[in-house]
Design a protein around this ligand. Structure first.
Ligand code: KIV
Ligand code: ZN
Length: 388
């Protein structure tokens, strides 16, 4: 049985770009949008058109250049937002308006200073208006993670009745535990009339480091779209990282869920976004960090040299990284040293390798990492002769 497709909704250009320091200019946004299409995402959230003339123009330009992916524009449940989003998306082949409102007590009482009944009315009005412009309307219930399930289901049902095609259930504050978030999605499946006509979407933030786990719990419980960003960039601690959810589904085929993403483009997309946003990727970041396929301890290096899968669950080439790397440090063993010496042309017998290793440890204790030029110097200084 072929795996069910999970749609990837990339919000790097909206939830990611709104982060301090991550601002992109128009050309950069267009380049990233093109790369996202190549990568194979299903939906590109291009921006929040009413927020500034620059964002409006960017959404408009992305809408007209994008060929296959759906292009989405964000709006609040506010008439002007929706009209402006519709205008920006006019040239899109597959336009989607993303509109919604806060549904948690915290948002209703303190942010909106409103009531549940009024929020319900505004949700219906927003979806109805958006639907008058485009067929594809996504409704978000902001802070759904902290919204009591019964009211959430009531708002979702009203949004479906008003014509929403996708229901986004954001864990806006990154509060939920995976079991709780998964149960919320399941509850909606079981309690919202008409849910079988629409697609449920996850949108998880990473305040407790659970965004990826929550998104996976969401799809395991029936959601069929994941909202995410490249490198997990996004408000505060960020959004779900696209590369993580895509690779989790790819590495666990028994879940029978997969995406259209060409994983071989993950590394290059990550570095493009990091470079353009001037937002470095932490070295130990899953999938795309510079250490994700590096091995530095002797025990691990010995294992990887003998058989890569002893310490790697992903073939680096599957995500566009040319090879695993064996990094030489004072924790490395003879196997790693011999392997790296061989790569630069030295094939030593056991006793020569022992001498090389003793001198290597002295260099390694003085530096963080021993590189190829250090190895050449070491071979010359010690007068080491390769085995014939
Ligand atoms: O985190 C959130 O709730 C959002 C919505 C605007 C979709 O980004
Ligand atoms: Zn968000």
């Amino acid at each position: 049985m072929s795996a069910q497709k999970i749609q990837i909704f990339d919000t790097t250009l909206r939830d990611g770009e709104q982060v301090p320091g991550c601002k992109l200019n128009m050309d950069e946004k267009l380049v990233i949008a093109r790369q996202l299409e190549l990568l194979g995402v299903d939906v590109i959230e291009a921006g929040f058109p009413v927020s500034s003339p620059g964002d409006f123009e960017a959404v408009k330009a992305i809408a007209s250049q994008t060929k296959e992916a759906t292009v989405c524009g964000l709006s609040r449940a506010v008439e002007e937002d929706i009209r402006v989003a519709a205008d920006a998306l006019m040239g899109a082949r597959r336009p989607r308006i993303h509109t919604g409102i806060g549904t948690s007590d915290s948002h209703i009482n303190f942010k909106l200073r409103s009531t549940q009944d009024k929020v319900l009315e505004r949700a219906i009005a927003a979806v109805t208006l958006a639907k008058s412009f485009v067929e594809d309307v996504e409704f978000y219930a902001e802070d759904a993670g902290r919204t009591e399930n019964e009211f959430l289901a009531k708002v979702c049902e009203a949004a479906v009745k008003a014509g929403a095609t996708v229901l986004n259930i954001p864990d806006t504050t990154g509060y939920c535990l995976p079991e709780e978030y998964g149960a919320k999605i399941k509850y909606l499946y079981e309690n919202v009339k008409g849910i079988d006509r629409v697609r449920l979407s996850t949108h998880c933030h990473n305040d407790l480091g659970l965004a990826t786990a929550n998104s996976i719990a969401g799809v395991v419980n029936g959601a069929r779209q994941i909202e995410c960003t490249i490198n997990g960039v996004g408000e505060r601690a960020g959004n779900t990282a696209l590369e993580e959810v895509v690779m989790i589904l790819r590495q666990h085929p028994y879940l029978n869920l997969d995406t259209n993403v060409n994983t071989k483009l993950l590394a290059e997309t990550s570095s493009m976004v990091s470079h353009m946003m001037r937002m470095p990727v932490q070295p130990n970041k899953a999938i795309v960090g510079s250490n994700a396929f590096s091995h530095s301890s002797g025990i691990h290096q010995d294992g990887v040299i003998k058989h890569r899968e002893t310490y790697e669950i992903i073939d680096p080439r599957d995500v566009g990284v040319s090879d695993s790397s064996i990094v030489l440090t004072a924790r490395s063993g003879r196997a790693a040293l011999a392997y790296r010496l061989q790569k630069i042309g030295y094939n030593f017998d056991k006793s020569t390798l022992d001498r090389a290793y003793a001198s290597f440890l002295q260099v390694a204790d003085r530096t963080k990492e021993v590189v190829d030029t250090d190895l050449h110097t070491l071979v010359e200084q010690e007068n080491l002769v390769a085995a014939s």
